[in-house]
Design a protein around this ligand. Structure first.
Ligand code: AMP
Length: 275
C-alpha cells in the first residue's frame, strides 16, 4: 500500500513530485463507496491520484445545510488510501480562496432544476472546481453521474474556458436496494431510509415505460414520506423537457426530493429502444 501524503505537505510542493497523468477526484468528504469507486477508477488510469476534501460554502444556499454536512477526515484518509489515492488534500478556506473570489457563472442552465431549488449552487460549484483545478493542475478529473447536472455544467465550463482537463464520468454507485449512495443518506431515519428506495424504483420502472414521466410521478407519489421537488424527463444534451410520447433517444430521468428534510437526488438514462 502506498503511504498517502497528507495536507501538511501542501499541494503546490506535492504537485511537482507527481508523474503525469495526474488524475483528480474532487469531493466534499464523508467518503463512501461511491467516492471510492471514482478513486479506484482514477488509480486504474494512473498512480498519480489526487483526492480533495473541501466543503465549499459557496455552493450552499442554506447555512443549516452547510453546518449539517458530515465531516470525517480520519475515515476519509483511510478510504482514499485504500482506494488508491496518492495524495489527499484537505485545504482550508483561505487555501482555496486566497484573495478576491473570481466567481464563475453557470448561466441559465445553472438556474433550473437543482439550480432553481438551490440559489447560486452551480455558480459555487463551478467557482470551486476552477480554483481546485488551478491548484492541482490535473490532466483528467473524475465526476459522478449521480450529480448529472453538475457533470454537464463542469464539462460545459471546461469547453468554454478551454481548460486542458479531460472529464471522465463514473456511473452512479448504489446501495443494495438501489438508493444512490450519498453522504446525506446517513441523516435519514430508519423509516426514511426504507422510504428512500422509492426513488430508484421509480427511475427503474419509468426507464422502461412508454409513459416515463407519468410512471415516474405515479411511483414517487406512492411514498407519502417523499416530498418531490422535481421529477422530469429531459433531453440530456440541453436539459429541455421531453414529453411522454416523444421517443427522443437522449432522454434522461431526473429526480429530487426530500425525505426527513434530507435532500436526495438521482437520475437515470432511458435506454434507446431498438426497433
Ligand atoms: P460530493 O462529495 O458529494 O461532492 O461528491 C464528489 C464526487 O463524487 C462527485 O463527482 C459526485 O458526483 C461523486 N459521487 C457522489 N456520490 C456518488 C455515487 N453514489 N456514485 C457515483 N459518484 C458519486
Amino acid at each position: 500500500m502506498n503511504e498517502i501524503a497528507e495536507r501538511e505537505s501542501g499541494i503546490e510542493a506535492f504537485r511537482k513530485t507527481l508523474a503525469s497523468p495526474v488524475i483528480f477526484v474532487p469531493t466534499m468528504g464523508a467518503l463512501h463507496d461511491g467516492h471510492a469507486a471514482l478513486i479506484s477508477k482514477a488509480r486504474q488510469i494512473s498512480a498519480s491520484v489526487v483526492v480533495s476534501v473541501f466543503i465549499n460554502p459557496l455552493q450552499f444556499d442554506s447555512s443549516s445545510d452547510l453546518e449539517k454536512y458530515p465531516v470525517s477526515h480520519e475515515a476519509d484518509r483511510k478510504i482514499a488510501e485504500l482506494a488508491g489515492a496518492k495524495f489527499i488534500w484537505i485545504p482550508s478556506y483561505d487555501e482555496v480562496y486566497p484573495g478576491e473570489i473570481q466567481k464563475i457563472s453557470a448561466g441559465p442552465l445553472g438556474k433550473i432544476f437543482e439550480g432553481d431549488s438551490r440559489d447560486g449552487h452551480f455558480d459555487g460549484v463551478l467557482t470551486v472546481v476552477k480554483r481546485l483545478f488551478d491548484s492541482v493542475r490535473p490532466d483528467k478529473a473524475i465526476f459522478g453521474e449521480k450529480d448529472f447536472q453538475q457533470l454537464f455544467l463542469i464539462k460545459k465550463m471546461i469547453k468554454e474556458l478551454n481548460l486542458k482537463v479531460e472529464v471522465i464520468s463514473h456511473p452512479t454507485v448504489r446501495d443494495e436496494d438501489g438508493l444512490a449512495l450519498s453522504s446525506r443518506n446517513t441523516r435519514l431515519t430508519s423509516e426514511g431510509r426504507m422510504a428512500a428506495k422509492v426513488i430508484y424504483q421509480a427511475l427503474a420502472k419509468a426507464s422502461t415505460s412508454t409513459k416515463p414521466r407519468l410512471t415516474l410521478h405515479q411511483t414517487l407519489m406512492s411514498e407519502p414520506r417523499l416530498k418531490i421537488d422535481y421529477a422530469e424527463v429531459i433531453d440530456e444534451r440541453d436539459f429541455t423537457i421531453v414529453e411522454d410520447g416523444d421517443e427522443n433517444p437522449h432522454r434522461r430521468l431526473i429526480v429530487a426530493g426530500w425525505i426527513d428534510d434530507v435532500r436526495l437526488i438521482d437520475n437515470m438514462k432511458i435506454a434507446g429502444r431498438s426497433s
